[in-house]
Design a protein around this ligand. Structure first.
Ligand SMILES: NC(=O)c1ccc[n+]([C@@H]2O[C@H](COP(=O)([O-])OP(=O)(O)OC[C@H]3O[C@@H](n4cnc5c(N)ncnc54)[C@H](OP(=O)(O)O)[C@@H]3O)[C@@H](O)[C@H]2O)c1
Length: 315
């Protein structure tokens, strides 16, 4: 990669995009072009085209997406599917048309089939039905990953993709109802501690297992792929082990300093029972996550306490 080339990071205000921006700057990229969602709505084909025509980026990282937790995904499946399909198609088509030299598309581990052999290999995509609670989102993200492969095969475009595990960290979404599991737990335990509540209810049985990847490690892995990987197959990025939601909740409780009880609400869905990625391809490119879950949670909680942007309004 030519570090003097123009790099467009789509979705740079988000959790992933902001970490990618920091990682790209750290690696010496200086010509970075950015647009907020308000400045450029990537679901608008004409606007996306006009942007690519005017800016002609050499490199693109596609981290813009409509993202949410189980609740938002299951209640707004049409929006999650349609908007992500539109953004994906508009960016990939424009990158092809305006001859982008390399594009990295971010997938998500929730696209793998619900009943997948573990650890999940990259070739498990479409090997079985998706987890129903996020099917719409998964369909759109699978389309993006496959489109990168198809454009590479049919046109020789250097479009690659990756599938990070569940990421978390500073700049995560701390909005009740939209937040993923880690920010949700941080908000709940913090609120319970502040108000002296005797217990905190956690969605699901607590038995589901997830692999949690600190956002800066994920962003470094993405930049490593941009610099070194040109393969057609998507690449998993993970930490190589899972935690149960119960273990995670205990750790968040400890980090926040809450001393009350934990109660699991088994009437709420667990989502996929287990999700651990097979990271042998990433390992071959020396992509390793160095931040422990406890360290990462402490950094995330510190961000939550310090940021003035947080919009937590639990009552
Ligand atoms: N979070 C995870 O655990 C995780 C794990 C693996 C992969 N990923 C992938 O990483 C990507 C980004 O996720 P994230 O967690 O960083 O999400 P995020 O924090 O919600 O960020 C999404 C970004 O996309 C922008 N955006 C949304 N709709 C847009 C539109 N129509 N036009 C232009 N920009 C738009 C958002 O801007 P506004 O906020 O202003 O709308 C924001 O900057 C997704 O593809 C996701 O699948 C996420």
């Amino acid at each position: 990669m030519d570090k003097n080339g123009k790099l467009y990071i789509a979705g740079h205000t988000g959790l992933f995009g902001s970490a990618l921006l920091a990682a790209a700057r750290k690696r010496g990229f200086t010509d970075i072009v950015l647009r907020t969602h308000a400045e450029l709505d990537l679901t608008d084909r004409a606007a996306a085209d006009a942007f690519f025509e005017a800016e002609r980026p050499d490199y693109v990282i596609m981290a813009a997406a409509l993202v949410g937790g189980i609740k938002a995904n299951s209640e707004r499946m049409a929006d999650f599917c349609m908007q992500n399909l539109q953004m994906t198609c508009n960016v990939i088509q424009a990158a092809h048309q305006y001859r982008v030299r390399k594009l990295l598309y971010l997938g998500s581990s929730c696209i793998y089939p619900r009943e997948c052999p573990q650890p999940i290999r990259e070739d498990s995509i479409l090997a079985g039905p998706c987890e129903p609670t996020n099917e719409g989102y998964a369909i759109a993200k699978i389309a993006g990953i496959r489109l990168c492969e198809y454009y590479k095969k049919q046109y020789g475009d250097n479009f690659i993709s990756c599938i990070p595990a569940n990421v978390y960290g500073p700049h995560d979404c701390f909005i009740p109802g939209k937040a993923h599991v880690i920010p949700s737990l941080i908000m709940r335990f913090h609120d319970a501690r502040e108000r002296g509540l005797p217990e905190v209810a956690v969605w699901g049985t607590g038995k589901a297992e997830r692999e949690f990847l600190y956002i800066d490690d994920a962003a470094e892995g993405c930049m490593d792929l941009m610099e070194n990987y040109d393969g057609a197959q998507t690449v998993n990025i993970g930490v190589g082990h899972t935690e149960t939601i119960a273990e995670l909740a205990e750790l968040v409780k400890k980090v926040v300093g809450y001393t009350g009880e934990l109660r699991f609400d088994a009437s709420k869905p667990d989502g996929m029972p287990r999700r651990l990625l097979d990271t042998r391809t990433a390992d071959a490119y020396h992509i390793h996550a160095g931040t422990t879950l406890e360290e990462g949670l402490r950094l995330t909680y510190r961000y939550y306490l310090e940021t003035e942007e947080r919009t937590c309004t639990l009552s």
